[in-house]
Design a protein around this ligand. Structure first.
Ligand code: ADP
Length: 175
């Protein structure tokens, strides 16, 4: 089995040409600020319409889980919407829930034959998860998932919007 490449990029995830980009959504799936707002703005109304349909069917998306839609006008084919935990001191299951976001997104990607996927730094904006802790969870979870599963995924990109995250991920992925 060929090894999956894990990369770091700095920039705007809406511009990344991969099969699937991941959105740091909220439980309502109805859009919000940060990367969620950027994805809906750049992708157009079709994504929100699909989110509304999913919400009507299953009542939104629980924290740690993920749903998939098409990607409207974005270069990607799919958007995987996952809901990160709100940081509340770290003793309320936040690490496990954040790991679930990465795992469930990869699982859904795999079920759709995705070969390349880009993640934002889930929960590290408005949801307040400390960036260094979140980066460790993200890298460890993706690496262990790829080691455990036979997967269609050939490329995983961590797209960092800010310099601090970019440096953290570069450091973690060097070793
Ligand atoms: P959360 O509510 O999960 O914290 P946010 O969207 O507030 O979600 O922040 C998650 C991360 O996404 C933050 O690190 C933020 O800097 C980053 N971000 C914001 N806009 C973009 C974008 N266009 N592309 C990639 N990352 C982004």
């Amino acid at each position: 089995m060929e090894k999956t490449v894990i990369e770091v990029q700095q920039g705007d995830i809406t511009k990344v040409a991969v099969d699937a980009i991941v959105n740091a959504a909220n439980n309502s799936l109805l859009g919000g600020g940060g990367v969620d707002g950027a994805i809906h703005r750049a992708g157009g109304p079709d994504i929100l319409e699909e989110c509304r349909q999913i919400r009507a069917r299953q009542g939104g998306c629980p924290t740690g889980e993920a749903v998939i839609t098409t990607a409207g006008r974005l270069p990607a084919k799919y958007v995987i919407h996952t809901v990160g935990p709100i940081w509340d001191g770290g003793q309320k299951g936040e690490p496990g829930l954040l790991a679930s976001c990465y795992r469930n997104s990869l699982k859904l990607a795999q079920e759709h034959g995705v070969q390349s996927i880009a993640f934002p730094n889930i929960s590290t904006g408005v949801y307040g998860y400390p960036k260094d802790k979140a980066a460790k969870v993200a890298v460890e979870t993706v690496k262990s998932y790829l080691q455990e599963q036979a997967t269609s995924i050939k490329q995983v990109v961590f797209v960092c919007f800010d310099e601090e995250n970019y440096e953290l991920y570069q450091r973690l992925l060097q070793g």
